[in-house]
Design a protein around this ligand. Structure first.
Ligand SMILES: *Cc1c(COP(=O)(O)O)cnc(C)c1O
Length: 365
């Protein structure tokens, strides 16, 4: 029987245990483990190689992504940079999103290009075209922050046709909203800092996939480069995963309701949400997504209009990052994203839907 996503989130945290053992996960903050006298290698030897709390989180993430294995890292960028390092050689042509998470572009341009990697930046609409000449394609969907959806099935077909590796950043959608591996991606990477852990209290990242050699090479990079996750962060992330279904359902419901309200609001120039009928990405989103996510992109007149919205609202938190329990607003031009001055990304929290809709509606008027 196929369980629903909330049941799978709860089960992923672990439902089996010997009588007397705690139902909740327990963190194991060890740097070193007892070795046996005969020098046979136990599963855990040293904290940079492995950790029991990581393993529990990794099997939960692999289950949710539909992967055979997952590897956790100290941040999303820790996971992404490890994958890009492993896949990049001199003369590799690497496609990265021109409109996606800006630090991925920065990493490719500042660290990989000087090593001889050809870095090609492509917007969501140009991804397939760029993939036709690539060795590695790093795609993000929905693109953060503009929320264009990339056609993963088409992109995977192009990549497979030329033997290119397709990596998909699943941070915005989460595995509860999108399953890139089932659409043909070779690897999923994500920041678990956002909606998956969902409480704005930790940084974490992961890689999930089904190719044993590729996953082993990424694990080797984690060991040698050392961007590891702390045991307490792994434990907090695991603890949060159990409520991911509940939280993400509410965030998606709030995003849908706020997007609908914004569409008809006179102070709004434009609004993007993949779940909004009439959105340029809606048809594709319906085809490939299970949920449309908690992010809404809105364009107001100018930067002061975004500042006024935050000032007048009683519920909005001005913060970068997203996916937490609070509804947050971030004016992305301040970070250098290629968007207009009045562009704001709203990350919906888990407040009551009517409260957050009327708060934003009032604050805009
Ligand atoms: C936040 C984010 C990252 C980076 O994750 P960190 O945990 O901050 O390192 C990567 N990709 C996307 C789409 C993000 O939103």
């Amino acid at each position: 029987m196929e369980y629903g996503d909330s049941t799978r989130s709860v089960n992923a945290v672990g439902i089996h245990g010997v009588p007397g053992s705690p139902v909740a996960p327990v963190p194991v903050p060890a740097s070193a483990y007892h070795l046996s006298g005969d020098e046979s290698e136990p599963l855990d030897t040293y904290g940079r190689s492995s950790n029991p709390t990581w393993r529990q989180l990794e099997s939960a993430l692999a289950e949710l992504e539909g992967a055979t294995s997952a590897l956790v890292f100290g941040s999303g960028m820790g996971a992404i940079s490890a994958v890009l390092r492993v896949l990049s050689r001199p003369h590799t042509t690497l496609v990265v999103p021109a409109d996606g998470y800006y630090q991925v572009r920065r990493y490719a341009v500042e660290y990989l290009a000087p090593l001889g990697v050809t870095v090609v930046e492509a917007g969501a609409a140009q991804m397939c075209e760029a993939a036709a000449h690539a060795d590695v394609v790093f795609a993000e969907t929905p693109v953060n922050p503009t929320l264009d959806v990339v056609d993963l099935h088409q992109l995977a077909t192009i990549c497979r046709g030329r033997g290119a590796t397709l990596v998909v950043d699943n941070t915005a959608a989460t595995p509860l909203g999108l399953q890139p591996l089932s659409l043909g991606a070779d690897l999923v990477v994500a920041s678990a800092t956002k909606a998956l852990s969902g409480h704005s209290d930790l940084l974490a990242g992961y890689v999930a996939g089904c190719h044993p050699e590729l996953m082993a090479a990424i694990e080797r990079d984690r060991l040698l480069a050392g961007p590891v996750l702390g045991a307490f962060e792994a434990w907090l992330a695991l603890r949060s995963l159990g409520s991911a279904g509940l939280r993400i359902d509410r965030q998606c419901r709030n995003a849908q309701a706020v997007a609908l309200m914004l569409r008809d609001h006179p102070a709004v120039r434009s609004v993007r949400y993949p779940g909004l009928p009439g959105d340029p990405s809606h048809a594709l989103a319906v085809e490939q997504m299970r949920r449309f996510g908690g992010l809404v992109a809105v364009e107001l007149a100018d930067a002061p209009a975004v500042h006024r919205l935050i000032e007048r609202s009683a519920l909005l938190v001005a913060a970068t990052s997203f996916g937490g329990i609070h509804t947050c607003v971030d004016r992305r031009a301040r970070w250098g994203d290629p968007v207009d001055e009045g562009f704001a990304r709203i990350s919906l929290g888990i407040e009551d839907t009517d409260d957050i809709v009327s708060d934003i509606e009032r604050a805009l008027t």
